[in-house]
Every structure is written in C-alpha cells, then in structure tokens.
Design a protein around this ligand. Structure first.
Ligand SMILES: Cc1cc2nc3c(=O)[nH]c(=O)nc-3n(C[C@H](O)[C@H](O)[C@H](O)COP(=O)(O)OP(=O)(O)OC[C@H]3O[C@@H](n4cnc5c(N)ncnc54)[C@H](O)[C@@H]3O)c2cc1C
Length: 406
C-alpha cells in the first residue's frame, strides 16, 4: 500500500525532477515523483553541455553505460555567406570541462529517473497532477489522476507533502495556473524537427569524428544537426516568425547544401512541432513551493542550455531544502531566495547571449569572426557555450552583463 504523505512532492520526472528528487532522497527526505508519462518517453533536447558531467556523477548516472556521442564543441554555419566557425570546449577558460555528450533523451531521462529511485525516491509513472492546494499552512496537497497505458483514468488520489516542487517542464503547471508566464517575444517561438535514420556509414563517421553540434544560421531563426547514439541525425528549425509546420523543415533542409548531403537517402522519422516557448515564470518560488527547469524558465534552445540550467536549479534547490526540512523551516517564504540569486546570472548570461544572437551583429563579430577577437574573449564565449557561467573572470560574460546594466 503506497503512502499518502511525504516530505516532498515532485511533479514531473524529467531531468529537473529526477535530479532534485535523487539529491533530496540522498539527504534522507521522503520524496515522491509524480510523472504523467510512462518512461522511456520521447523528449527533444539531445545535446548536453560540459558542466553537466559533475552533476551526473553525483546522481550516479554513467553516460558510458547508456551510449552517447562524445561532443567536442559547436560549429556555427552560415551557408548563405559561406562561413563557418568551430568552438571547441577544450579552448574554454581554465577550469571549463573539455567535452560533453549527445544523448537519446528517452534513454537518458529514463536513466535519471531510475537513478532517483535507486537513491530512495518513490516514482509513480502514469500519475498526472490535476490540482494543487498550496494555501494550507501545514503543508501542500495535490490531486493525482492515475492512468493506464492507454491513458484512461483508473483512480484519483490525494497526496500531502511538506513541500511541492514543480518540475513539469513546459507545462509549467504553477506558472500557467497563476498566470505568471512572461513570454520572451523576440526569441524563437516554435520548433519543427525530426530524426533522419539510416545515414550512410561515411556520413556517420564524419559526424562523429568531432561530434560537434551543427548550428545553421538561417533567416528569422536557426537550425540544428545533432548526431545521436542510435546513428540517427536529429535536425530541427527554430523560427521567430511565420508558421511552424512540417513543410518549413523540409524546405529548410532542401535549402541547405550541407544538410541535403548529410541526410541524402535517409529514412524520415515523424515530424514534431513544439510551439509557445521562450518564457519565464515571474513567481518561481513561494511558501512551500519552488519551480525548477523549464517550469521556472525556458530560453530559446539555440545554445542547448536547457538541461544544464535544469540541473543547476535542482542542485541548488536540494542544497537549500534538505537542511530546511531537517530543521522544520520549509514553510519560510524566503527559503528559495538564494535559488533565485543563484540562477539569475545564468539566466541573464544566456538571455543576453540569445538576445544578441537575434538582434545584434554577434554572429558576424563573434560567432563567425575570422580574425580579431582576443584569445581570452573567444575562450570566454566557449565557457558560456559550456554553461560554465558561475564565475566572475569571463570577459565575454562580463561584457554581456555590462550591456544589460546599460
Ligand atoms: C526544440 C527544442 C530543442 C532543445 N534542445 C536542447 C538541447 O539540445 N540541449 C538541452 O540541454 N536542452 C534542449 N532543450 C530544452 C530541454 O529539452 C529542456 O530544457 C529540459 O528537458 C528541461 O527539463 P525539465 O525536467 O525541466 O522538463 P521536461 O524534461 O520537459 O520534464 C517535465 C516532465 O514533467 C511531466 N509532467 C508535465 N506535467 C505534468 C503533470 N501535470 N503531472 C505529472 N507530470 C507532468 C512531463 O511528462 C515531463 O516528463 C530543447 C528544447 C526544445 C523545445
């Protein structure tokens, strides 16, 4: 018989929810993760960043055991102008880890969830939270719909907790209920993507030689090419304007000589569309609750920052909440103020970087520059691309921040 009361209720079993529940369970808290899907489930966002390696160690997840493609850096390509530039993580500022990985998110997210279970968290898949009561001074309450594999409701439960963590990704459960979603209107708004399977062996060898993420600069947006462990190539387009429909992706691939060559003869996976993104939650924490990962903020994924920021928020939240639960301070409305302060420089660095990507000559002056910028500035760009953004000696990041203050 499952229990109905926990120290912490985590809604959502993606990277943010799995990470925070793993760390809290390691610290001795009773934790339940309520996840509406059955894992493994498809998720977009396959390109990880170097700073995630240390977190994965803490979670007990080995990427080597999962299968992954070693990623050395990012290549920015403007085929319209015939220009490209490669940023290798091993040329980052001292201390920036020198590589990352591409993963199949279905496998990766499942491994994270299983690691949380191993650490002691109770995982309930096919459990969708449909209502939340935060107002009670003694705790929080959620109403959960239990589903079968055909997604029919089989039961409803009420669960109580001392603390609620919203890790529902772009569902952003609390932000949408509280109407605290603030869109970034000038960033990418929608993506169209699919996997290309059965690439020619020489194409696969070419893509894996360095394992870089390919970022194509196109009008009103950008495209990605990510070599996956399965041998497929994940390709997508993000647009700031216009309709996001399958034909947009097909046309963009046809317009790109490189993507046309890489995907020649490949078998097409299903096209998927995601819209309505790039926003922040203006109330990411409060009495007895906090939001992390995409439930707190989702930035245009041009720099692949999503999972890294989800992990960073999860780690800080666990660090603050574990002792508070121990000392009975979890009701303190200001408990998560340091979480907000911790995440601010990271969100601001990426926000400013993305803003400049779309609205300034950043692409010409920095990302595709053939000459000029000092070695240190280039290393600084690479450290931001690696999500190594909690440091104060990065000349590029400091420049972004100064621009914000002005
Ligand atoms: C087009 C695109 C490309 C991207 N590319 C990258 C990339 O290359 N690298 C990168 O790092 N990031 C990328 N991202 C972002 C990345 O996918 C997310 O930032 C990351 O998944 C956030 O993790 P999360 O745990 O917050 O949310 P999610 O991974 O979305 O997990 C949330 C979970 O909550 C569950 N859930 C939702 N509502 C409920 C509910 N009511 N009850 C129970 N469960 C619920 C969902 O089923 C889901 O499993 C990309 C995103 C997009 C849209």
């Amino acid at each position: 018989m499952s229990r109905s009361s926990y120290d912490v209720i985590v809604v959502g079993g993606g990277p943010a929810g799995s990470c925070v529940s793993n760390l809290l369970a390691q610290a001795g808290a009773s934790v339940v993760v309520l996840e509406r899907e059955r894992f493994p489930r498809f998720h977009i966002g396959e390109s990880l960043l170097p700073t995630e390696l240390a977190v994965l160690d803490r979670l007990g997840v080995s990427l080597d055991a999962l299968g992954c493609v070693r990623k050395r850096g990012a290549v920015f390509i403007d085929e319209r102008a015939g220009r490209r530039s490669c940023f290798s993580f091993d040329e980052g500022l001292p201390g920036t880890p020198d590589h990352a990985h591409h993963v199949e998110r279905a496998t990766f997210d499942h491994a994270l969830l299983k690691a949380a279970a191993k650490a002691g968290a109770e995982i309930r898949e096919l459990h969708e939270v449909v209502d939340v009561e935060l107002g009670d001074a003694s705790g929080v309450e959620v109403c959960v719909r239990e589903l079968d594999d055909a997604r029919n409701e089989v039961a409803r439960h009420e669960l109580r907790g001392r603390y609620l963590i919203d890790a529902t990704g772009q569902q952003a459960m609390l932000a949408r209920r509280g109407k605290t979603v603030e869109p970034y209107r000038e960033f990418g708004r929608a993506a169209v993507f699919r996997a290309y399977a059965g690439l020619a062996p020489e194409i696969n060898a070419e893509l894996r030689e360095r394992g870089d993420i390919l970022i194509f600069i196109v009008d009103d947006g950008w495209m990605w090419g990510i070599p996956l462990p399965s041998g497929d190539l994940s390709v997508g387009i993000v647009k700031t304007k216009g309709k996001a429909e399958p034909a947009v992706l097909d046309q963009a691939v046809a317009d790109s000589p490189l993507l046309t060559r890489l995907t020649a003869g490949a078998k097409l996976g299903p096209v998927r569309v995601i819209g309505n993104f790039s926003y922040r939650n203006t109330a990411p924490y409060g009495p007895r609750y906090a939001c992390i990962g995409d439930a707190a903020c989702f930035l245009d994924p041009v720099f692949s920052s999503g999972v890294a920021l989800a992990f960073a928020g999860a780690e800080k939240l666990a660090e603050l909440l574990a002792p508070a639960l121990h000392e009975g301070r979890e009701h303190d409305a200001a408990l998560m103020q340091p979480l907000s302060e911790h995440m601010r420089p990271a969100y601001e660095a990426f926000e400013r970087f993305i803003h400049r990507y779309y609205h300034t000559r950043l692409i010409d002056n920095v990302l595709l520059a053939e000459h000029d910028h000092s070695h240190n500035l280039r290393s600084g760009v690479i450290s931001v691309l690696a999500a190594d953004v909690w440091r104060d000696d990065n000349p590029f990041q400091n420049m972004l921040m100064r621009a914000r203050r002005q």
